[in-house]
Design a protein around this ligand. Structure first.
Ligand code: SGN
Ligand code: CA
Length: 545
């Protein structure tokens, strides 16, 4: 009997093909779900059309929302890369697993959820950006980027040593993921596959064709692009992540070094074009092969010509606008590649009849500012970086096109996935399984507030240390160490979080209640002033080394 390759792929893995081929009869059908955990790095929910289509259309990522559940209040415990990943893997707050910032090493003695799944019979793999550790625990196969990795021609750390790959990182991570599914997947076992993009992390290098496509687009500006940080504490105005003042001309906006040098004398009000002597543009671009460079040159010419011609005539306001557009063009072009590639993997699952028994998750290690408050980067408890996209597809369990507004966290992922697999989670995990919410049983959900704590200060982007509590209605944060300031935002009335009402007498009772609730959460999760001090002292020591 002849069947086409497409029909074969479609049927592979299903009971029908096993019967067809006369080798599957009597085999136990594995009912534990496969898990495809897709995570990008710094992907703002504002740049996913399932959340809002004002910036970009992401038809493939949207498929997950259309077939499953979209969470509108998903957030992180600490809006920075490696700490978020450590929380996801361990199901614990940062002060417990110890990876409170990007500097501290990950404590290898921590138990991770892939490790538990592996012990319980799952086939596990991790492909892409992890950010720490050369030998991720609990995974049968891995190909991970060293640290932040590179967009162009990246190196991967593998069990067999370092492997150099030529091409564009987002495509390569996907090729490796598909290769794993095709060649390494053991159909006898359920799998946990962590497919982890580097994109759209800074410095944003899109694939050459996407860069060319997006460079002529113009994007709507956020309402707070020109935020003056009034009615806030000291933290917002002192953060170094303003598009006009801190975004680098070469590294970020792709202005060539020779153009920067020629223009520098014209720009006395803005910090040095070539940042601290580091030529960020060349550092990234010089990784390209001659052929790749040639593909980028026409677009780079266009950007640089526009800059030379128009920059000297622009007001400060126009310069801010120019930088915002340049930023969005590259950031969103990186996302366009992520979306195309997510589509390739979803297609693979479909053609191979794997969709039905696979939970697909799309998330990011945290959110990101896309010009809101005049910023890029993350770190703050304010919404754009505190919240993260979370879309979950789980056929027959999650209602297609459903939406959940509960306060859920990356802290919950480990317990959720263990629960979905029917595996008991260790008692010391601190999250809650989202399975009841996924199944629409919201009455079983009792948590109404989440805890947040950011540590990396003094450090890059100078976002002050703070912890806080967030409910659907309010956000109370305490900034500490070099300041002692509280901020309260009314999340329903002040969507942009530009009005700190902490000292407004009409909120006094709310402040009192939230402070008590925050103190209870600190106790519940085991955080304390003593721990704040311990991590601070260790951090300051580390900075000296
Ligand atoms: C790099 C970036 C920062 C970013 C950190 C942390 N600078 O240092 O802008 O905040 O990573 O990001 S860059 O010069 O390399 O572009 S994280 O996602 O890894 O936490
Ligand atoms: Ca990140």
């Amino acid at each position: 009997m002849q069947i086409s390759r497409r029909e074969f792929l479609k049927a592979a893995g299903s009971a029908s093909i096993l019967t067809l081929m006369g080798c599957g009869i009597g085999k136990k059908v594995n009912r534990q779900p496969n898990i495809l955990f897709i995570m990008s790095d710094d992907h703002a929910y504002q740049a996913i059309s399932a959340y809002s289509n004002h910036l970009i259309s992401t038809p493939n990522i949207d498929r997950i929302a259309r077939n499953g559940m979209k969470f509108t209040n998903a957030c992180v415990t600490n809006s920075i890369c490696a700490p978020s990943r450590a929380t996801i893997l361990t199901g614990k707050h940062c002060h417990i697993h110890g990876k409170v910032d990007n500097l501290f090493p990950f404590d290898e003695t921590q138990t991770t959820f892939p490790q538990i799944m592996q012990e319980k019979g799952y086939q596990t793999a991790m492909i892409g950006k992890l950010h720490f550790g050369n030998n991720p625990k609990g995974v049968d196969d891995f190909m991970i980027l060293p640290g932040q990795g590179n967009y162009l021609n990246p190196t991967f750390i593998t069990q067999a040593g370092n492997v150099e790959k030529e091409g564009y990182c987002t495509d390569i991570i996907t090729d490796l993921t598909l290769e794993w599914l095709e060649k390494k997947r053991n159909p006898e076992k359920p799998f946990l596959l962590m497919y982890l993009h580097k994109a759209p992390h800074r410095p944003w290098w899109p694939r050459a064709d996407k860069m060319a496509e997006f460079v002529s687009r113009k994007f709507p500006e956020p309402a707070t692009l020109f935020d003056n940080y009034q009615n806030r504490g000291a933290a917002a105005p002192s953060a170094e992540m303003n598009l006009l003042y801190h975004m680098k001309y070469g590294h970020d906006s792709k202005i060539r070094p020779e153009v920067q040098k020629a223009m520098a004398p014209l720009e006395p009000n803005i910090p040095p074009f070539i940042w601290g002597g580091v030529d960020g543009f060349s550092a990234a671009f010089n990784r390209a092969t001659e052929d790749q460079k040639n593909q980028y040159q026409p677009t780079l010419d266009k950007i640089n010509q526009d800059f030379q011609e128009n920059w000297p005539k622009m007001t400060m306001e126009e310069k801010m606008r120019w930088k915002y557009q340049r930023y969005m063009q590259d950031y969103l072009a990186c996302i366009a590649s992520v979306d195309d590639n997510v589509g390739r993997v979803l297609d693979y699952l479909e053609y191979n009849n794997l969709t039905d028994n696979t939970i697909v998750i799309y998330t990011s290690d945290q959110g990101f500012y896309l010009g809101e408050h005049g910023w890029y980067d993350k770190r703050f408890i304010y919404d754009e970086s505190f919240k993260t996209p979370l879309l979950v597809q789980w056929p027959h369990k999650v209602k297609a096109g459903s939406v959940c507004h509960e306060m859920v966290q990356n802290l919950d992922f480990a317990q959720t996935l263990l629960d979905a697999a029917g595996i008991e989670a260790p008692n010391d995990m601190q999250g809650e399984s989202l399975v009841p919410l996924l199944k629409g049983k919201n009455k079983k959900w009792t948590r109404d507030a989440v805890y947040y704590h950011y540590y990396e200060f003094p450090g890059e982007h100078t976002v002050k240390r703070h912890y806080g509590i967030v409910t659907k209605d309010y956000k109370l944060a305490h900034f500490y160490y070099d300041v002692d300031q509280w901020e309260l935002y009314d999340r329903k009335r002040d969507l942009h979080e530009i009005n700190n009402v902490y000292n407004d007498p009409s909120y006094a009772e709310i402040v009192r209640k939230l402070k008590k609730q925050l103190s209870d959460l600190r106790i519940k999760y085991g955080d304390s002033h003593e721990l704040d001090q311990k991590y601070l002292t260790q951090y300051l020591e580390k900075l000296k080394q």
